[in-house]
Design a protein around this ligand. Structure first.
Ligand SMILES: [Zn+2]
Length: 86
């Protein structure tokens, strides 16, 4: 009765397929994508992913595009910096 419990990651129905490292990676990404994030408009921790790359604040309704699994990405930051004249 001392079997080490496996970390519960929300790997939707993949079962034993695709290998452990791939499943763990997907699980971590899913955890990130389902977290609530701070809204850039009202500051509340209410931003949720509504679709791939689309994020919406449940508090003020602010909808914006971002990364597929996180509201901001490193690549997006670089793009924003080069798009806006300083
Ligand atoms: Zn908001």
């Amino acid at each position: 009765m001392s079997r080490k419990a496996r970390a519960q990651l929300p790997i939707g129905g993949l079962g034993v397929r695709y290998g452990r490292s791939v499943r763990n990676r997907i699980g971590r990404i899913l955890v990130e994508s389902r977290k609530k994030y701070a809204c850039t408009s009202c500051g509340n921790l209410a931003v949720e992913r509504s679709s791939v790359g689309v994020w919406q604040c449940r508090h003020c309704g602010n909808t914006f595009t971002g990364g597929a699994y996180a509201p901001t990405t490193k690549t997006g930051d670089v793009a924003r910096r080069s798009a806006r004249p300083t």
